[in-house]
Design a binder for this molecule. Structure first.
Ligand code: CA
Length: 230
């Protein structure tokens, strides 16, 4: 399948037949291809196939529910954009879904303009990111351009410097990097006696990633723990 066709192929995971067929028909009318699945496990497997540009995911699916699907996708380092469908009154579901790694949400019932606008927005954001490679190391997926890291099913938004530091640590996962090297490789500074900027940013990253992922090696520097932690 060509890149451009894949970009127009949507996965719709929805067990209510009238909603699934109405979404499918209308997306098709706007030039998309769609595949409908009706249970959570099938949705997760299809989402991992690399065939789709985006998934519209109902939270109330039989088998694995939508929360489980999106959390497991992110845990498996899938960066597929996911828009969750929740009931109008289920604000907690929406928050939970976004924390689990969904990119956006829609509350049911909705007019068709809303899903179309949201899918187009997500795909546009996606296109802007396609020239950034996704780096996967040590159980972390880092989208360098978007400065987003996927860790333990969570999406972390990073500052430019945090992302640069994390990328450098990931490329050297398992090795000890000295403060001086980090200062020169990530900040471009000559080693300056007494600067604690590296320690400050390591602290920021630990707060976001979880403290155990970055080890302090006394007298030597810092080490991002390798894949055995993932
Ligand atoms: Ca449902």
């Amino acid at each position: 399948m060509s890149q451009s066709r894949q970009r127009r192929h949507l996965l719709i995971a929805e067990d209510e037949a009238h909603i699934a067929s109405s979404l499918s028909e209308r997306f098709t009318a706007h030039g998309f291809r769609t595949t409908v699945v009706t249970d959570g496990e099938t949705a997760r497997r299809a989402a991992m196939s690399g065939r789709f540009a985006l998934m519209v995911l109902d939270i109330g699916l039989p088998g694995e529910d939508g929360f489980t699907v999106v959390t497991r996708l992110r845990a498996a380092s899938s960066a597929l954009p996911v828009i969750i469908l929740t009931a109008r009154d289920a604000v907690a579901d929406t928050v939970y879904g976004l924390e689990g790694g969904a990119d956006d949400y829609m509350t049911k019932p909705f007019s068709f303009e809303e899903p179309l606008a949201r899918v187009r927005l997500r795909l546009r954001l996606r296109l802007r990111e396609t020239d950034s490679s996704v780096l996967r190391r040590a159980g972390i997926a880092l989208e360098t351009r978007a400065r987003q890291a996927y860790v333990d099913g969570r999406i972390l938004q990073l500052s430019a410097r945090e992302a640069a530091l994390l990328e450098h640590l990931m490329r050297n996962a398992g090795s000890v990097l000295s403060r001086e090297d980090l200062l020169s490789d990530v900040w471009g500074y000559e080693a300056s006696e007494g600067s604690n900027v590296v320690d400050v940013y390591i602290r920021y990253l630990r707060r976001k990633l979880g403290a155990s992922r970055i080890t302090t090696v006394r007298g030597q520097g810092y080490r991002l723990e390798g894949d055995e932690l993932a």
